[in-house]
Design a protein around this ligand. Structure first.
Ligand SMILES: [Zn+2]
Ligand SMILES: [Zn+2]
Length: 341
């Protein structure tokens, strides 16, 4: 089978690999679609250091079970996965904070994931409830967005809101936040330099959109400063600077996006004290938020299809990555099996 292998910073290749062999309790998933995540790109660029190459990337998976050695899983089931395999037993796992587990193993991160025709989902992951089975009428595209949606739902629960919410970045994450914020009855104001992305944000519920240079207009729109700023960017110094310019005193800043390992937030603590900013970061999903995401896509409560703009077969995986690097379109996905659409 073909797979896209991350071999180390700036080294990605398309390889021919054997279809994974199953041990007792494992299952084999045939990939229909796998989302290209900003975190994968950050790993390829050498900006983040938490991947274990060589590894087949891909953790935003929509697929089908094609072989099973697990008694509770049937061939043909439409599935996605919770890509964080953890011990299932420590204080964090018991509190649905699996992401802090010491024994975390990530699909498409530490073990082979979904930028391939097939990948193996191990017994222990199934035993710890990490297989997500959906009904056949959930669209494959919606299913592929389950994990990013779960991350956003998790962040929505953690963030402090009032009325105005400025979302920096109208990539897939920014556009999911736009809809979640709008659904809460709050004002979603979206900032992105790319016209096409701003237009999409308006279609999906933004009350206003601006370029990052329109600081004055953003302040005007928010009556002097936003109650909340969610940064769905890579939090470079420009995004950090803009966030502080447009948040009101006492407002909340959620630096949601993954930052490169060499980015710092320098703060004057006396100023922070008197500004009263609530500064936070939300990261990843929980089992709860993935359940919520599952419910939302099953009930078609969120528009995800318009966000998926580019599909590439595995053989063109390097072009797919280039596309994401150049911010062309919005969301890019890899087609796992030659028959998927
Ligand atoms: Zn992701
Ligand atoms: Zn654990």
């Amino acid at each position: 089978m073909k797979a896209i292998v991350f071999e180390g910073p700036n080294r990605v290749s398309i390889q021919e690999k054997p279809i994974p062999k199953l041990e007792d309790g494992d299952i084999l998933i045939q990939v229909d679609l796998c989302g290209v995540c900003a975190s994968d790109l950050a790993a390829i660029r050498g900006e983040v250091t938490d991947y274990s190459p060589p590894v087949v990337l891909g953790h935003e998976v929509a697929g089908r079970v094609v072989e099973t050695k697990h008694p509770s899983v049937k061939v043909g089931q439409k599935v996605s996965v919770n890509p964080m395999i953890t011990c299932g037993d420590c204080q964090y796992c018991r509190a649905d904070l699996d992401k802090y587990c010491q024994e975390i193993v990530g699909i498409g991160h530490d073990i082979d994931g979904g930028y391939a025709e097939y990948f193996k989902f191990p017994r222990h992951a199934i035993q710890t409830s990490k297989l997500i089975t959906v009904s056949d009428n959930v669209s494959t595209t919606d299913l592929m967005f389950l994990e990013p949606l779960g991350c956003c739902i998790n962040a929505m629960r953690e963030t402090i809101f009032n009325q105005s919410v400025v979302i920096l970045g109208a990539g897939q994450i920014g556009l999911i936040f736009t809809q979640l914020v709008d659904q809460l009855g709050l004002q979603a104001i979206v900032v992105d330099p790319i016209t096409e992305r701003r237009e999409m944000a308006e279609r999906l519920g933004a009350v206003a959109t601006f370029t990052p240079k329109q600081t004055e207009e953003i302040l005007e729109q928010t009556n002097g400063g936003a109650d909340t700023v969610i940064s769905a960017t890579n939090n470079n110094q420009t995004a950090i600077g803009l966030s502080f310019q447009i948040v009101r005193r006492g407002g909340c800043l959620n630096f949601f996006g993954l930052s490169a390992h060499d980015q710092y937030l320098k703060l004057n603590l006396e100023q922070l004290h008197f500004m009263g900013h609530k500064i936070m970061a939300s990261w990843a999903f929980s089992r709860w938020s993935l359940d919520q995401a599952h419910e939302m896509i099953s009930d078609q409560k969120i528009k995800l299809e318009p966000i998926l703009s580019n599909r590439f077969p595995i053989s063109e995986g390097l072009e797919a990555i280039e596309q994401v690097k150049k911010s062309q379109g919005i969301k890019t996905a890899i087609l796992g099996s030659p028959n998927s659409t």
